[in-house]
Design a protein around this ligand. Structure first.
Ligand SMILES: [Zn+2]
Length: 589
């Protein structure tokens, strides 16, 4: 059978076809405010923000009802900020579906203002009935009334601290799906120190390798004819953790994404040098070249450069191994006022649904100084309007640099379940705002480190699990055929997931962008502290959605290999977690 890939293998023919493919992908700005319009015949939603109806009220009506905003900026689409009523220091964010802030309609509102008569969970339930879905975090909670176009966040006492308004009329969680999920019993925040922490009996080494693009052509056609200007360096921050024959490299890289077909050769070469595993954790940096080629141009020379640099970086970290005298770990549940982690991250697809955990894991040497500090939370690194035209590491770069200065050692950022569509909540998409975000996150990480405790266990184990997922999205089928770097086998694509236990910490890797609502189902089954789902590790297969919320035609769905991957990744992660529970075996696999 003559495949398309055989006929169009030469790069000269490939690019125009990939560009056609690109033209059929939806515009990214669509994903910054939830889509959909309520049925014109349907009554207004039971709760509104100043009587405005998302998906129906025009921008002119929004401006007339709300008056002059405190700030307004383009953030892919357009956002207006208003001071929250009666809540000093908090803001209501109004997201417009508009390219100029004048035309278009209201997309959604994430408000720290508390709606009249809905000051507590009890009041909300008595006014609106039982929620479609209820989620308990360790301290806070979320009540989801998607069909009514509203979600609420509550503090530990059940006081309303945020309300998100979005187009009503569509259930997100169907009857028959899980209606209640609790993460409340899982350890979170400062933990009591153990009586006797076992010695880690571990070595760690680090290195930092510059992976900034060296040539204008590596940035892709979008940068052609424009000045080649690097804003700040991109890095691969390499750490090797070793005990006996188990040598795991964990690399945090300022990359948009790399496919398994490009990561595997790096790991294979490292295995020849005695490393056992490579976890390449990509920050999903949107100010980096598209190293997958999904947007029409595959920068082969840059990818080869990256492969060599990361290989060398890991070897350098391996040469720098020294004994770890202490492991410490901690986490913090960030406040969900205003149905988002204000100023840091939000969910643009399903406002209010964000994982507020920031987790830190640190290994220190005999001199008491940190060797490596892993920092984990979930957010798209897409806070720069200049994108790849001005390559930068975005907020993860500022975060890591700030922690490298204080407390020292080397920081490795691990992004989380950032899919659909956990994105920045900065005021504007500028380098200054990226710096503010990164440094604020660094300050939170330092706070967590102050109360971080040593683990009760000296576990160091890793499991590798293969997964084969069906690729049913016709665009992705065509992309894989045209790119011809990674064969589909009977319509399936193979990928890897890892499960790592280090001390009490538990880490599951995800080969792409998992939606937070799927991550909660996995987190609820994890027993470690802290628990981390690390996205875009060794692969980038796009969005992984819950089966019940896969809506053909929406942005994230168009950037997903298909509806099967979300549930398959969830089930695999749960199997991995349960097979490595305390006493259920272990060791390297
Ligand atoms: Zn993404």
């Amino acid at each position: 059978m003559t495949s398309i890939s055989n006929r169009f293998r030469s790069p000269a023919n490939l690019t125009p076809l990939l560009l056609c493919l690109l033209a059929s992908l939806p515009f990214r700005a669509e994903a910054q405010a939830p889509p959909g319009k309520p049925d014109p015949a349907s009554p207004p939603p039971p709760v509104t923000y100043h009587r405005l109806v998302p998906g129906r009220s025009t921008v002119a009506e929004v401006r007339e009802a709300l008056g002059q905003p405190l700030e307004e900026h383009r953030w892919y689409s357009y956002k207006l900020l208003y001071p929250a009523a009666g809540r000093e220091g908090h803001f209501d964010a109004v997201h417009l579906r508009s390219s100029n802030g004048k035309d278009g309609e209201l997309g959604c509102v994430e408000a720290a203002s508390i709606p009249q008569g809905l000051k507590t969970l009890t009041e909300v339930k008595s006014a609106l009935g039982e929620p479609e879905f209820f989620l308990e975090f360790h301290r806070q909670s979320l009540a989801d009334y998607s069909e009514k176009g509203v979600r609420f966040t509550f503090d530990f006492q059940g006081n309303t601290i945020g309300a998100a308004y979005f187009p009503h009329g569509r259930r997100r969680v169907h009857s028959g799906e899980r209606r209640f999920l609790s993460l409340r019993a899982l350890p979170q925040g400062p933990q009591p120190p153990p009586e006797n922490a076992p010695p880690p009996d571990l070595s760690a080494g680090v290195s930092r390798i510059d992976i900034t693009p060296q040539k204008a052509e590596w940035l892709g056609p979008v940068a052609q004819g424009k000045p080649f200007r690097i804003h700040d360096p991109m890095q691969a921050r390499c750490a090797v953790l070793a005990r006996g024959a188990l040598k795991v490299a964990i690399v945090g890289a300022d990359l948009f994404g790399l496919s398994k077909s490009e990561v595997d050769p790096i790991e294979k070469r490292l295995q020849e040098k005695g490393l056992s595993h490579l976890l390449l954790c990509m920050s999903h940096n949107h100010a980096a070249p598209d190293t997958i080629g999904i947007y029409g141009h595959y920068p082969r020379e840059y990818v080869e450069y990256l492969q060599e640099r990361i290989y060398q970086g890991v070897l350098e970290a391996d040469r720098a191994l020294k004994p770890v005298a202490r492991l410490s770990a901690g986490s913090q549940e960030l406040p969900l006022d205003g149905s988002r982690v204000e100023g840091l991250f939000r969910n643009a697809r399903n406002p209010g649904i964000v994982d507020p955990q920031l987790a830190v894991l640190q290994a220190s040497g005999a001199d008491g100084k940190p060797i490596v500090t892993f920092v984990h939370f979930a957010c798209h690194a897409e806070g720069l309007s200049t994108g790849v035209l001005e390559p930068s590491a975005d907020f993860p770069g500022y975060l890591c640099d700030a922690l490298d200065r204080d407390p020292g050692g080397q920081t490795v950022f691990l992004n989380g379940a950032l899919g659909g569509m956990v994105s920045g909540d900065s005021k504007a998409r500028t380098h200054d705002e990226a710096r503010v975000t990164g440094e604020r996150l660094a300050a939170i990480a330092r706070e967590v480190l102050r109360t971080a405790t040593s683990p009760r266990s000296a576990r160091f184990e890793i499991g590798r699990y293969r997964l084969e997922v069906p690729v049913t999205n016709p665009k992705f089928v065509l992309f894989q055929k045209l790119a011809n770097r990674r064969p589909l086998v009977q319509g399936r694509i193979a990928t890897d997931m890892f499960h790592l236990r280090l001390g009490d910490a538990e880490l599951v890797t995800i080969p792409g962008e998992l939606l937070p609502e799927v991550s909660f189902e996995i987190l609820a089954r994890m027993q470690g502290f802290p628990r981390m789902l690390v996205g875009l590790t060794n692969d980038e297969l796009g969005y992984m959605l819950p089966g019940y919320d896969f809506n053909e035609g929406q942005y994230e769905e168009s950037m997903s290999v298909g509806p099967a991957i979300g549930p398959m990744v969830r089930d695999q992660a749960i199997r991995m977690v349960e097979s490595q529970r305390d006493g259920a075996g272990g060791g390297a696999r």
